[in-house]
Write a protein that binds this ligand. Structure first.
Ligand SMILES: NC(=O)c1ccc[n+]([C@@H]2O[C@H](COP(=O)([O-])OP(=O)(O)OC[C@H]3O[C@@H](n4cnc5c(N)ncnc54)[C@H](O)[C@@H]3O)[C@@H](O)[C@H]2O)c1
Length: 365
């Protein structure tokens, strides 16, 4: 296995498959781009030509049964992530599944079950865990420099950032939800990951759909469909209580009447705090009875971690995954409860004996 190239295929030949997966897997010396699949054959053919991929399919089952692949990227709309990932796993193929792992925790857990049954790997495309800043922060926090962490803030708020009003992103049946499942998945995950994925106690929050009528709030470069469905939230605001006594508050919006977009995570501890705001990393603490801010200087030319290299290394050498499927279940469980809380307009508590706890304690990622 170690001496040959991993046979790679991609399912869903849209913007993310191109920008993220193909642009990166193509650079790995131990990966061979073998096949590509999209129900829209034109999409698949365009990328096949650009990336020199010989085998083009419109049916993922046919591609998986024919091509003897080692790994696939699943880059389809969210509602297909579970179905495709489970099919691939049970055929013996490792899966790099885009976020969210699935549209809810029940489907995400089925992926974990299939992975365990097949003895294969699933990594969630949580690219925000792999930035130099996040890798540095994780190390800094794990070393204990913050003292006891008591609160985190996470947010990604856009003024005009609907990823195509009326496309699958704004259709609940296809996406599973709105901004919470699109942007919230990234930054809520980052905050909780940096905190060490503590066990949640309750979630409360509100979800709004205030911009479904507008034609002006599409994200730059994203085409909308004026006749398409928009039945998901464009703002998600909430609060999480954790069993260790710490708390998290979050705000996510595709569209809102704010001056500037902002993407952030802040972690507050008894000895220090850290903030990552619009990519700028700072450490906040005290020195000689004086408050100080430290700006770590990370060399942008040195990539501390590469999501794609990491996944292939993990397949080849068994090194533990940095974004395992179990973490996708954890986040989806919180997001499910956020939606319940927003619908009921009251906090939703986790059961005393939560099955995810068992999943998280498993070390066989
Ligand atoms: N990690 C990130 O930063 C990031 C960024 C953007 C999107 N994403 C995720 O990537 C996924 C894809 O998003 P996108 O922006 O590329 O969407 P997209 O609409 O550009 O592409 C989706 C593609 O999937 C194809 N497809 C639909 N059904 C299919 C099927 N049954 N078999 C094969 N192909 C099928 C569509 O024809 C389309 O070409 C989503 O889950 C999204 O949440 C992640």
């Amino acid at each position: 296995m170690n001496n040959r190239k991993l046979r790679y295929g991609v399912i869903g030949a849209g913007s993310n498959a191109e920008r993220k997966h193909l642009n990166n897997y193509m650079n790995l010396p131990n990966v061979e781009l073998v096949s590509i699949c999209d129900v829209n054959l034109e999409n698949a053919k365009r990328l096949a030509e650009k990336y020199n991929i010989n085998n083009v399919y419109s049916n993922y089952e046919e591609m998986i049964t024919t091509e003897n692949l080692d790994l696939v990227s699943v880059c389809t709309p969210n509602y297909l992530h579970a179905e495709i990932s489970i099919y691939a796993l049970l055929k013996g193929v490792n899966v790099h599944c885009e976020k969210p792992l699935a549209v809810n925790a029940i489907e995400a857990k089925k992926i974990v079950e299939a992975k365990n049954k097949a003895g294969k790997k699933v990594m969630v495309g949580l690219n925000n865990r792999f930035t130099n800043e996040a890798v540095y922060l994780k190390k800094y926090i794990d070393e204990g420099f913050l003292g006891e962490i008591y609160h985190a803030k996470a947010g990604w708020i856009r003024r005009s950032g609907i990823p195509g009003r009326g496309t699958w992103f704004t259709n609940k049946d296809c996406a599973g939800g709105g901004v919470m499942i699109d942007l919230g998945v990234h930054y809520l995950d980052l905050a909780l990951y940096l905190m060490g994925m503590p066990e949640p106690s309750y979630v409360t929050g509100a979800a709004y759909n205030n911009f479904d009528h507008t034609t002006t709030r599409n994200r730059n470069g994203y085409q909308g469909n004026p006749n398409g469905i928009f039945n998901v939230e464009d703002s998600a605001l909430g609060f999480i209580g954790l069993k260790n006594g710490a708390t998290v508050n979050f705000e996510f919006s595709w569209a809102s009447n704010i001056e500037k977009d902002k993407q952030y995570v802040e972690i507050l501890g008894t000895k220090g705090g850290v903030s990552l705001i619009n990519g700028e990393l700072k450490i906040h603490s005290e020195l000689l009875d004086t408050c100080v801010d430290i700006s770590p200087i990370l060399n942008p030319n040195i990539k501390l971690m590469n999501e794609f290299e990491h996944f292939t290394n993990s397949i080849l050498s068994g090194e533990p995954l940095m974004a395992p499927a179990e973490h996708g279940v954890y986040t989806m469980d919180i997001i499910d409860r956020f939606y319940q809380a927003a619908n009921r307009n009251e906090p939703v508590f986790f059961e005393k004996e939560d099955k995810n706890k068992i999943l998280l304690l498993s070390s066989s990622f």
